[in-house]
Design a protein around this ligand. Structure first.
Ligand SMILES: N[C@@H](CCC(=O)N[C@@H](CS)C(=O)NCC(=O)O)C(=O)O
Length: 205
């Protein structure tokens, strides 16, 4: 029996979800010990900072004590461990999947900052507008690229884009993005049927 990997985890974090979707796809969930860890920008978590100075989740502690972060590093480590194909090694498929990853992750970063800003007593309207514009433009690109997203074998790119869209549904349900990106919505609906996505839907609590 392989030794346990300890994952600092939360059911709400979209970055953790990326890791968990990869773990499900790769059959590695039984090797993960999930430690519920609270990570909030305004409240650094002293226990978490013992292993990750940035106080962020996901953080993965290996059996020999080495620590990995951030989410894409952990995803690639798991893929390597399982001999998976979620990170195409060469060629156009590699650059395509890494660019989709960057787009999905960048969208997530903007959504998280947007949420923080809108919850401040007096948000800076210019920032709110800028985040909304970036999300809108990212959706337009993804809508245009939906046929390619659907045609490519599942990799870190589609997983990250889908986690970003899932986070939009979770925290920005009033945005109504589906009417602006109907093909993308159809693609997400299909991908969301996979057990890896069903098992990792964000939940409060
Ligand atoms: N780039 C990081 C982002 C991780 C991240 O920001 N996670 C959030 C939770 S969703 C967090 O830990 N926030 C705490 C903080 O920013 O101090 C990754 O991909 O893992």
């Amino acid at each position: 029996m392989a030794r346990q990997l300890t994952l600092h985890w939360s059911p709400k974090s979209p970055y953790v979800r990326k890791v968990m979707v990869c773990a499900h796809e790769l059959g590695l969930v039984p090797q993960l010990e999930l430690v519920r860890s609270v990570a909030a920008m305004l409240r650094p978590n002293a226990a978490l900072m013992e292993v990750n100075p940035l106080s962020k989740i996901p953080t993965l502690v290996l059996p020999d004590g080495r620590v990995l972060y951030d989410s894409v590093v952990i995803c690639e480590y798991l893929d390597h461990l399982a001999g998976g194909t979620l990170f195409p090694a060469t060629g156009d498929a590699r650059w395509q999947s890494l660019r989709w990853h960057a787009l999905g992750d960048g969208l997530l970063d903007a959504l998280i900052l947007w949420r923080n800003e809108r919850e401040r007593g007096v948000p800076v309207e210019q920032l709110l507008d800028a985040f909304a514009l970036k999300a809108d433009k990212a959706l337009a690109v993804l809508e245009h690229e939906t046929p390619a997203l659907a045609a490519a074998p599942l990799c870190i790119g589609q997983i990250t884009v889908a986690c970003a869209l899932g986070y939009m549904d979770y925290r920005f349900d009033t945005l109504g993005w589906r009417s602006r990106a109907p093909r993308l919505a159809g693609w997400l609906a299909e991908l969301s049927q996979r057990p890896s996505f069903k098992a990792t839907e964000p939940i409060d609590g």
